[in-house]
Each structure stands twice: as C-alpha cells, then as structure tokens.
Design a protein around this ligand. Structure first.
Ligand code: AP5
Ligand code: MG
Length: 186
C-alpha cells in the first residue's frame, strides 16, 4: 500500500506510523526524521533545513520534493510506503502526483489524524524536541492550518481521504487507523 499520513504537529503521526508500517509491511518515510538526521550529520541539506525547522516553518518545496524523489527510488519502497509529514503543501502534493503517475503507482489512501489543539500542546510539551517550545509549536500549527490543511480538500476531491479520530490511547487510535486502511481487519 501507498499511504499519505496527514495531521497537525503532535497528532501522533510518528507514533502510529511505526505500528502501521509493521502491520502492513510498508516503508516509513518521515521527512521530519530525514531532515533531523541530516541536521545531526551536519550535511548541506541539514544546514539548509535547520533555520526553517527551529522557527517552525516549512522547508522550501524544492528541497523536500528532491529528497522524496530520491527516497522513493530506493528498493524498500517497492513493497509500499507510508509518507509521514509529506506532502505538506499543494505544490508538494502536485509534485508527488506527477511522480506517481509517471511510475504508474497511485496512492491507496490519505489518512488524516484529527486531534484538538489543546491536546496537541499537551502532548508536545511532554516530549521536548528542540522545536517543541510553545512559541515554535504555535508557528508549526499556523503552517499546518495555512499550508497543509488545504490538502484535505485536495485529496477529498480525489476520493482518497480517510479521517480518523486521534484522541484516546495509542492502541485505540491504532485500531481505528488499521480498520480504515483494511476494513477486513478487526
Ligand atoms: P515533523 O517531524 O513532521 O513534525 P510535525 O508534523 O510537527 O509532527 P511531530 O513529529 O511533532 O508529531 P507527530 O504527529 O509525528 O506526533 P508524535 O507521534 O511524535 O516536521 C518537523 C519540521 O520539519 C517541520 O516543522 C518543517 O520545518 C520540516 N518538515 C518536515 N516535513 C516537511 C515537508 N514535507 N515540507 C516542508 N518542511 C517539512 O507524537 C507526539 C507526542 O504525543 C509524543 O510524545 C507521543 O508519545 C505522544 N502521543 C502520541 N500518540 C498519543 C496518544 N494517543 N495519546 C497521548 N500521547 C500521544
Ligand atoms: Mg512526527
């Protein structure tokens, strides 16, 4: 399966992605994890991304699209993948569509994780990543509302959108997400 995972910062995308890729045998492609790895390895990509990430802003589309284009060519993506944190803008979604159309490998579903704002702040406050200070979380939320939320209508119009309630225990949310991706599973 080829899945896009969308949700605001702290919704639990990474947490659920780990379980979903194990259950459905997909590669886990988190652009946030890739950028943090590049930053920690002091690569040119990491250097370019750092300022945006620490300000809670999106890294420019061209950089991210290039990163994903290269990653999708890796052998482990042939078995399917879950895109965690990509696409985040309409330009990224259109670039992904073009890549997948050319490869003849369409998306199976877009999974949206819905979590109210107060809960997002509580979850992120308890984690402590460098971009988890309240002022940066607020900026990440603004970026989500402005730049990423329009993708819900974009994928809704394509009939791909599946929305899941992200409140509850990790196991409860996982049960809902699994059910939505494979209604035969119980
Ligand atoms: P990214 O790493 O994608 O961060 P994010 O979207 O802000 O989301 P998080 O990773 O913080 O949250 P999550 O939804 O994965 O939740 P998690 O499972 O960790 O992006 C970081 C930055 O990189 C961006 O700001 C941008 O600068 C850049 N970037 C990345 N992709 C980009 C792109 N495509 N374009 C441009 N720029 C890009 O859970 C959060 C916490 O909640 C954890 O502590 C967890 O234990 C807890 N939790 C999880 N589930 C539950 C539950 N059910 N109940 C209680 N607690 C829970
Ligand atoms: Mg994450």
């Amino acid at each position: 399966m080829r899945i896009v995972f969308i949700g605001p910062p702290g919704a639990g995308k990474g947490t659920q992605a780990e379980r979903l890729v194990a259950a459905f045998h997909m590669a886990h492609l988190s652009t946030g994890d890739m950028l943090r790895a590049a930053r920690d390895a002091h690569t040119e990509l990491g250097r370019q991304a750092e300022g945006y990430m620490s300000a809670g802003q999106l890294v420019p589309d061209a950089i991210i699209i290039d990163l994903i284009r290269q990653r999708l060519a890796d052998a482990d993506c042939r078995q399917g993948y879950l895109l965690d944190g990509f696409p985040r803008t309409l330009a990224q979604a259109e670039a992904l569509d073009a890549m997948l159309a050319q490869a003849g490998t369409p998306l199976d579903a877009v999974l949206e994780l819905q979590v109210p704002e107060e809960e997002l702040f509580q979850r992120l406050a308890g984690r402590g990543r460098t971009d988890d200070q309240p002022v940066v979380i607020r900026q990440r939320l603004v970026a989500y509302r402005k730049q990423t939320e329009p993708l819900l209508a974009y994928y809704g119009a394509k009939g791909l959108l599946r929305s899941v309630q992200g409140l509850g225990t990790v196991e409860e949310v996982f049960g809902r997400a699994r059910q939505v991706l494979d209604p035969r599973a119980s």
